[in-house]
Design a protein around this ligand. Structure first.
Ligand SMILES: [Zn+2]
Length: 190
């Protein structure tokens, strides 16, 4: 996995492209939880669940099915009436993309097993053909060793930097669309 804060960073350009970077704190909190929750499957190791099992690490909780389910539950529980200018459907889409981004980032890492994107229907694990992100160790001790520096440098280059660029691009694009919209509403007759 990339480190947990990096999974949260991936939510920022998604919010920007959906047009609401200034969404409420409650929604941001929900998005942050959705971004990292798939990683909770590591508790399975303590119960003897194997890495490659359906409920193992990068299994069901990293699937698109789980992303759809989790975003549906969170939307139904806390955002049924929408949130500010965002409709419940838009919030579901945002939380789905944020949750799904967790597995997509994991599939770009250099270690572990692949991601079961299509579980529970297809259990096959997948990686992308290119995997530039150095995998983060599970233990904090190993992360704080020299390995952590490698992980942070790789995430900065391959996740944080693209996230900043995509966010800036989205903000620029939205502003351009808004200004085009306001020009088109200027009355042409006196
Ligand atoms: Zn993960």
């Amino acid at each position: 996995m990339p480190s947990l804060p990096t999974h949260v960073v991936a939510a920022i350009p998604i919010a920007a492209w959906l047009g609401r970077p200034g969404a409420s704190k409650r929604l941001w909190l929900a998005a942050a939880v959705c971004a990292v929750l798939p990683e909770a499957d590591v508790v399975g190791f303590s119960f003897g669940i194997e890495y490659g099992d359906l409920l193992g690490h990068r299994g069901l909780t990293h699937s698109l099915f789980f992303a759809a389910l989790l975003s549906g539950l969170v939307t139904a529980a806390w955002f049924r009436a929408g949130c500010g200018p965002l409709s419940a459907r838009r919030i579901w889409l945002f939380l789905f993309l944020v949750t799904a981004s967790h597995g997509l980032l994991d599939a770009l890492t250099s270690g572990g097993l692949g991601v079961a994107f299509f579980a529970p229907f297809i259990e096959k694990r997948h990686f992308f053909p290119v995997r530039p992100i150095v995998v983060s160790p599970f233990s904090l001790g190993r992360f704080l060793s020299g390995r952590g520096v490698q992980v942070v440098a790789s995430e900065a280059l391959w996740v944080w930097l693209p996230a900043v660029l995509l966010t800036v691009l989205a903000v620029w694009y939205q502003a351009k669309r808004r200004s085009r919209g306001s020009h088109s509403t200027i009355p042409t007759n006196r």
